[in-house]
Design a protein around this ligand. Structure first.
Ligand code: AMP
Ligand code: ZN
Length: 490
């Protein structure tokens, strides 16, 4: 590599990009030795797409890094089962009420609670498939409605006003509203404002009254009428209830930097947290983009983790694909890219295989210690996973090294990356679409017969077997450098 040896004894300082200051900052925990993190969770009106899941791979990588750096982590991810409107600003319908109304129109007897449960469970399945660690708390928004009403009561007099639609937050009552988004005054003014009587375009509902004559499936009594909490209020209340103000890090996708998080910050300030905005660091992952338009939840076959699995890709290939890009960079999805990530994962699993059998031993080999130190430096540098990946590959590829030490180094690194390279096997990573009817045993039998035919120079029989396999969707890959003997066409 030619790089100078790093001082393996001194851990690298953890530096993270704070969206509030738009700069890298040393991580200094509010409570010594601890890290408290809140991540905005999914709105459970539909399946999450793989872009949504990028946000949780990022939050998980952050959590794993904080654990690796020795902090006692408390991570909260919420489940938004009420209050998120079809427009992030202040217009539109509640996404869950809308989904329930659409089902009712089709004559389906699914309640809004059934919808929320179904999609929460689907999200949890994706979390598991992507090896995202369980947070300390999954906070469900509807469990916190009384706490939301209390929070709103506490800030109502000084910071809110009532309209027919409910209770609104006056954004001019707090200092520096919108500094996270860096709204120029023009941008603020240009936001669409469909609500009559709002004092300022950026003001937002913290309690939405059910319109007279209508009935919501989810509604609660409040001093401002029967209705439901606003989405921004939920995250302020749940983060304060579970982590206390100020806590260390608040995460979300880059879209939340514009409206949702500035509004949370305004509420937190109103609730007496002016110095820290609720959290010291606000971190945002950039988007996964897809040119085909298949990430839209309204398209028929949209890009879900389950679709990747159904097409035969191991879901950790998608995790690796996310880690190949820095979380603050946009990442473009393509099936070719996913295939390349799968191949990269397979290579890593194969290279790590000999170390799997060994028992982990203390690392005394200088070369391994140096790679571990460089890994620490990379991951501590605002989660530089693209570089961290190349370093785990360097360890996996190392020859003439004690297998136990190699295992220990790989384990340490993979605890941060979460790719399970010491438990996955090559066979787990074979592309195997759900639609395929031929079994692996049948494929292996046919391939063995074909090998015999070739050994006997019976090329007609060998070609016939290959054609049969092709007809069943199996591509035979003679001499593949990565050792794939066959693959099923997706
Ligand atoms: P939602 O369920 O819409 O509240 O979104 C869940 C999370 O996914 C939020 O943190 C969003 O900011 C994030 N998100 C939405 N779309 C994408 C995308 N294409 N790429 C990465 N993150 C996204
Ligand atoms: Zn949130």
């Amino acid at each position: 590599m030619g790089a100078a040896m790093t001082d393996a004894s001194a851990p690298a300082p953890l530096r993270l990009f704070n969206s509030l200051t738009r700069s890298l900052e040393d991580f200094r925990p509010v409570h010594p030795g601890e890290a408290r993190v809140y991540s905005c969770g999914p709105t459970v009106y539909n399946y999450p797409h793989i872009g949504n899941m990028r946000a949780y791979v990022f939050a998980d990588t952050l959590g794993r890094t904080l654990s690796f750096k020795g902090y006692k982590l408390t991570h909260v991810i919420n489940i938004t089962d009420v209050g998120h409107l079809t427009d992030d600003a202040d217009a539109g319908e509640d996404k869950l009420e809308k989904a329930a109304a659409e089902k009712a129109q089709k004559g389906e007897k699914t309640s809004i609670w059934d919808i929320a449960r179904h999609y929460t469970e689907a999200y949890w399945a994706d979390v598991k498939a992507l090896n995202i660690r369980q947070p300390a708390h999954w906070s469900i928004a509807t469990d916190y409605v009384p706490a939301m009403i209390d929070f709103a009561k506490a800030i109502a007099d000084k910071h809110c006003y009532e309209l027919d639609g409910g209770l609104y937050f006056d954004t001019t009552t707090v200092a520096d509203y919108g500094r996270l988004a860096r709204h120029g005054s023009d941008e603020g003014e240009s936001r669409i404002d469909p609500v009559d009587g709002k004092r300022h375009p950026a003001d937002f509902a913290i309690w939405r009254k059910t319109p007279t004559g209508e009935k919501r499936q989810m509604e609660w009594d409040s001093p401002w009428g029967r209705g439901a909490p606003g989405w921004h209020l939920e995250c302020s209340v749940m983060s304060e209830a579970l982590l206390g103000f100020p806590f260390d890090i608040h995460t979300g996708g880059i879209d939340h930097r514009e409206i949702h998080h500035p509004n949370e910050i305004a509420q937190n300030q109103a609730h007496g947290c002016s110095a820290d905005s609720g959290a010291r660091l606000w971190m945002h992952n950039n988007f996964l983009v897809d040119r085909s338009g298949k990430m839209s939840k309204s398209s028929g076959e949209f890009l879900r983790v389950q679709l990747l699995i159904d097409k035969g890709y191991h879901p950790l290939a998608y995790r690796l694909m996310c880690l190949q890009a820095h979380y603050r960079s946009e990442l473009e999805f393509s099936w070719e890219g996913l295939g390349a990530a799968l191949t990269r994962l397979k290579r890593l699993v194969m290279a790590a295989a000999p170390a799997r059998e060994a028992e982990a031993a203390p690392v005394t080999d200088n070369r391994l210690a140096d790679l571990l130190a460089r890994f620490d430096a990379a991951i501590s540098d605002d989660l530089n996973t693209p570089v961290a990946l190349t370093l785990i590959e360097d360890v996996a590829a190392m020859k003439k090294v004690d297998a136990g030490q190699k295992r220990a180094a790989l384990e340490t690194m993979d605890r941060v990356l979460g790719l399970e390279i010491l438990t996955l096997s090559r066979a787990d990573l074979r592309i195997r679409p759900k639609a395929a009817t031929i079994t692996e045993a049948e494929i292996e039998t046919a391939l063995a017969r074909r090998k015999e035919a070739r050994a006997a120079k019976d090329f007609a029989a060998s070609d016939a077997l290959r054609d049969e396999l092709n007809a069943a969707g199996v591509e035979v890959m003679d001499g593949d450098p990565l050792g794939w003997d066959w693959r099923l066409e997706a």
